[in-house]
Design a protein around this ligand. Structure first.
Ligand SMILES: [Ca+2]
Ligand SMILES: [Ca+2]
Ligand SMILES: [Ca+2]
Length: 251
């Protein structure tokens, strides 16, 4: 009888201990993840790409162990842990090679070691892009003849911003000394939409950004460079800032 009672008490005691101190075993669940930029312009110096993560867990997340993994197509690996709650900041410095960096994996770990791993295809379902484009060389010399000219590069951007493609984009506006094929010029123009928002209003437009570059390539400076061609929503508006921005993307 006595030993039975001991057994019952020890079972109750163990259950109590187990319920009080046993760790939960559920992995974290990511509700949403977003990134603040998908194009890293290293010609402007080192940059930080910030991932914001909304995650549920009944315990706390161990952000110091949670990480995102990004790998360039040339093999450069960035394995970055969270530095503060809900944020993983990925640094790119000017020594990082240009190219496409694929977002390969997100792993979130709670304080008990339960982890959830999201592959690149899982992450696409959150609306995250599959990759980040990094460049230190992109400039307004679209036909790569080492100079920015109004009637070639300037008109190319204008036509591109008007939505023209194919021969209506490239006919008669590629310099004769360009080393590129027509399709290479086109792909340069597609990439350049990342830097061609000269007035920084969030979009590349012919009658603002396109005309600004055309005027610049024609040699206009000062007020005559920007008069009547800055968007109402522009956040880069002064002559000094616009000129500095264009100059930072010259070949
Ligand atoms: Ca958990
Ligand atoms: Ca050129
Ligand atoms: Ca713009």
């Amino acid at each position: 009888m006595k030993s039975n009672l001991c057994w019952i008490f020890s079972v109750i005691f163990c259950c109590f201990i187990g319920n009080s101190y046993g760790a939960e075993s559920d992995p974290p669940i990511v509700n949403a993840i977003s990134v603040d930029q998908t194009y890293v312009d290293l010609s402007q110096g080192s940059q930080t790409v910030t991932f914001s993560i909304d995650v549920f867990d009944e315990s706390e997340i161990d952000w110091a162990l949670s990480y995102i993994m990004i790998r360039s197509t040339t093999g450069v690996l960035k394995w970055i842990n969270g530095s503060q709650p809900n944020i993983i900041s990925v640094p790119f410095d000017t020594s990082d090679p240009s190219g496409i960096y694929e977002i390969q994996q997100l792993r979130i770990i709670d304080i008990h070691g339960n982890q959830a791993t999201y592959s690149s295809s899982n992450l696409l379902n959150f609306g995250l892009p599959s990759s980040i484009s990094v460049s230190s060389e992109i400039d307004f010399d679209f036909d790569k003849n080492d100079t920015v000219d109004a009637l070639t590069d300037g008109l190319l951007l204008l036509r591109h911003a008007f939505g023209l493609t194919g021969s209506s984009l490239t006919d008669n506006v590629i310099s004769l000394d360009s080393p590129l094929t027509v399709s290479e010029v086109e792909s340069n123009l597609e990439q350049v939409s990342q830097i061609a928002d000269i007035d920084n209003d969030g979009s590349v437009d012919a009658l603002t950004d396109g005309l600004i570059l055309l005027r610049y390539a024609f040699g206009l400076r000062g007020e005559s460079l920007i008069s009547n061609v800055i968007s109402n929503n522009a956040t880069r508006t002064s002559v000094a800032d616009i000129e500095a921005y264009i100059e930072s993307h010259m070949p």
